[in-house]
Design a protein around this ligand. Structure first.
Ligand SMILES: Cc1cc2nc3c(=O)[nH]c(=O)nc-3n(C[C@H](O)[C@H](O)[C@H](O)COP(=O)(O)O)c2cc1C
Length: 205
């Protein structure tokens, strides 16, 4: 499947085939390719909670305005942005030191810059977490399409409630949910709604 086909095929699927699981190797392929998404300083300030059990799906569904897709889909991913993902304890800095041939000064310089750019205000921290994890989310949905898996992003949920009830932890910001599964072909997918195009959204300056 080429990229254009992925873009044209991906839809937010409302009805999932109940009980159809996603093979673990496919799920891992989706995630392991999706993480090729870009991130600031390659810091990858994201985590994913994969909700699989009936009990946890029910708990999540209640905190998501009872959107039943969560119960019907195979799995729901919580896409979590780490507001402190620039800090010196990020495992990525260690890898960067190796990638930069042990140049400690360069890595420390990058740490200082990242700390200022992404950590100097609460708003910057939030932007850092949400922008990077948002790119991962899109990447996951595109890779799911590539592997023949359908998806549905959701933000019509009780963010604070989910963060609290699932103990996401300090600085962990739920960015969105993505249900993964297989479209229930006995149902009809509503037609794709039109998009505003270049002439509508681009201001050339
Ligand atoms: C961040 C985000 C949050 C969304 N939240 C919900 C939601 O809570 N419930 C829902 O039914 N659809 C939700 N949607 C799906 C959108 O309605 C859908 O993407 C849009 O109508 C375009 O349809 P398409 O994805 O099939 O092209 C969400 C989409 C995005 C990107």
């Amino acid at each position: 499947m080429d990229l254009l086909e992925v873009y044209e095929k991906r839809r937010s699927v409302n009805f999932f085939e109940k009980g159809r699981e996603i093979p673990q190797d496919i799920l891992e392929n989706i995630i392991n390719k999706a993480v090729l998404a870009p991130s600031a300083f390659n810091l990858q300030p994201w985590e994913i909670v994969a909700v699989k059990t009936k009990e946890n799906k029910e708990k999540l569904c209640k905190l998501s305005n009872n959107q039943e897709k969560i119960l019907d889909g195979a799995i729901t991913l919580m896409i979590v942005g780490n507001k402190n993902g620039f800090a010196t304890d990020s495992p990525v800095w260690e890898e960067m030191l190796i990638s930069m041939g042990g140049n400690k000064e360069a890595v420390e310089g990058a740490q200082g810059a990242a700390g200022f750019l992404y950590g100097s205000t609460e708003e910057r921290k939030l932007k850092f977490a949400e922008s990077n994890a948002g790119l991962l989310a899109m990447s996951i949905m595109n890779m799911a399409t590539y592997y023949g898996v359908d998806s549905h992003p959701m933000s019509g949920v009780d963010f604070e409630g989910i963060e609290r009830e699932f103990n996401l932890g300090e600085g962990k910001n739920l960015v969105m949910l993505i249900v993964l599964g297989y479209f229930d072909k006995s149902k009809e997918l509503y037609p794709r709604r039109p998009r505003r195009l270049y002439k509508d959204i681009v201001k050339e300056i």
